[in-house]
Design a protein around this ligand. Structure first.
Ligand SMILES: [Zn+2]
Length: 553
């Protein structure tokens, strides 16, 4: 009932990714607002000064002149002032006219192309120019708010200051050459230091840590083979534009040979879901055999980002949360500065979109939240925090309020939009609690984990399995061993092995996963793959000091 991944009302999908061809890269210059607010004072200056030249006595015109030229004529300005003080007035009148012509000529010649000088020569009347500019500035501010549906002007202002397109582009160019391997985060000697993990929380994906964590936490050669086959399936179903589509008939390599396309039209959600299993396996755009696949996928998301930082192409926050996780994880793993603007802006949009009253998130920004959408946003904030991106503590605190609102059994279970105990929502709520600081000795957490354990893995609800598996894996111990042996082998045995579907999953029977219809085979494949990557996809919460203590509260 409650858990509805990727579930958006059909009336809610006015556009899909294909309708957003305009490339808006991560480092795209700030909207026109920036240019206007920064440029208008400067361009306004010369015009009143020039108007005075035409309308008033020459003496005053000369006094006004330096204001238009400013720094370029500082020395000569002093000279003119001295001359004027010492000379008789008729001489001033004569000489000033001559000098004025010369000065204007010099300015025009020596500052060719300078906008200020050009406006001195052909300036409009003073009052009209000022009025026009003020109107223009006011209009632009209003348009910004309206066009982006951002009700909070402060959000725009902060965003604009933060992004420096020129600097970011420079940094990106350097980092391409200097950036070390994306998995440098992974401690190379981890096999000797098990039990003393540190790092970003994604460190387990490096080749050194991966093997040790895989073995210690219950993965095996068969689960790894399944992951490898799944990545091949995902690669084969990438579209030429770098993104993915839930509709598999859109993929030239597949052409619909795979059954069970999803009905969701969100290219961003499909692309993010497909990218996450690559990142989970330590494959980035800088490291691994799928560099090109990941690179083009990330570039697709970068192009899809709107000026306000949103990636909710399907009209709701599911797509945005998923895409934000992908961007933040990729940045966390590679520290590639060219990803920084997009990753940070995706987080900023989550911060903006939070329900200011209840602290949750839902389809549209600032709506009262539901646990399903909240789960993706909190995971994105967590990934961003691990990447050292800016996550306001106030946002995290408010998210606590939402979890408090939907919890039942004193925090052991969680509902959808109010108190309840759905299986998926309980798993989401508990994982969020773990990431937001609940310790392992918390009685509610203990009872919630036992509740999930007694329920066991679902045969059809991969959304529930995805979250519950993470909760149990972090919990460790016998409950995890019991869960994992069932979950792991079930997925290994249900992976498709024939034809174009080989390497993918689809669960058509016995399940009640609401993402099945919308997300189809791509959705199930992504979730199943990430479940089988659980051993190394995230570092253990209760052994990593950096993961469970540093999140801002
Ligand atoms: Zn196919």
């Amino acid at each position: 009932m409650a858990d509805e991944p990727l579930n958006q009302p059909k009336s809610d999908t006015p556009s899909n990714g294909l309708q957003s061809p305009v490339a808006k890269t991560a480092a795209r210059p700030a909207p026109a607002k920036t240019a206007i607010s920064a440029g208008s004072p400067a361009s306004a200056q010369p015009q009143p000064a020039a108007a005075k030249l035409k309308q008033q006595k020459p003496v005053k015109a000369v006094v006004a002149q330096p204001a238009a030229v400013e720094s370029e004529e500082v020395d000569s300005d002093d000279f003119w002032r001295s001359f004027l003080i010492m000379a008789p007035s008729w001489l001033v009148s004569l000489v000033v006219h001559m000098i004025l012509i010369l000065v204007l000529a010099m300015i025009y010649m020596t500052t060719e192309g300078d906008q200020g000088a050009a406006q001195i020569v052909a300036a409009p009347p003073e009052e009209i120019a000022l009025d026009d500019l003020e109107d223009l500035i006011n209009e632009e501010k209003e348009l910004d708010v309206t066009d982006t549906t951002l009700g909070d002007p402060n959000f725009e202002a902060t965003d604009t200051v933060m992004i420096s397109p020129a600097n970011d582009l420079d940094a990106a160019a350097q980092m391409v050459d200097l950036d070390p391997a994306g998995t440098e985060f992974a401690p190379r000697n981890l096999t000797q230091t098990i039990g003393a993990y540190s790092g970003t929380g994604l460190s387990g994906r490096g080749s050194g840590a991966k093997g040790a964590l895989l073995a210690r936490r219950g993965g095996n050669i068969h689960s790894e083979k399944a992951v490898a086959a799944a990545l091949e399936w995902l690669k084969r179903h990438q579209l030429p534009d770098g993104g993915w589509d839930f509709d598999l008939t859109k993929c030239p390599n597949c052409g619909g040979r795979c059954r069970n396309s999803g009905t969701s039209r969100s290219r961003n959600a499909a692309t993010a879901l497909a990218l996450l299993p690559f990142l989970g396996a330590g494959q980035t755009h800088k490291e691994g055999k799928y560099r090109d696949v990941v690179y083009h996928g990330l570039m697709f998301l970068g192009r899809q980002m709107k000026p306000d930082g949103s990636l909710n192409d399907s009209g709701n926050m599911y797509a945005h949360g998923l895409a934000a996780i992908a961007l933040c994880e990729a940045f966390a793993m590679t520290q590639d500065k060219s990803l920084h603007p997009a990753a940070q802006r995706s987080l900023d949009f989550i911060v903006y979109a939070q329900d200011p009253v209840g602290g949750g998130w839902r389809y549209q920004p600032k709506q009262p939240g539901d646990t399903s959408v909240v789960g993706w946003q909190i995971m994105a904030l967590k990934s961003g925090h691990m990447a050292y991106l800016r996550v306001p503590p106030a946002t995290v605190k408010k998210a606590f309020d939402f979890l408090d609102h939907v919890q039942s059994n004193s925090g052991a279970n969680y509902g959808y939009t109010g108190p309840g105990q759905g299986e998926a929502t309980t798993a989401i709520g508990l994982l969020c609690r773990m990431y937001l600081g609940w310790k392992k000795d918390n009685p509610a957490l203990q009872r919630g984990v036992e509740w999930l354990s007694n329920r066991g893995p679902s045969k059809g609800n991969m959304y529930y399995n995805y979250y519950a598996t993470q909760v149990l894996c972090h919990w460790e111990g016998d409950l995890w061993k019991k869960w994992n042996s069932v979950m792991r082998d079930y997925l290994i045995n249900t992976q498709a092995t024939e034809g174009c579907e080989a390497g993918s999953w689809f669960f058509g029977e016995g399940g009640h996963d609401h993402g099945r219809e919308q997300g189809g085979r791509l959705y199930f494949t992504a979730l199943a793959t990430m479940i089988l990557e659980v051993y190394y996809r995230h570092m253990p919460i209760y052994r990593s000091q950096s993961v469970d203590e540093d999140f801002p509260l």
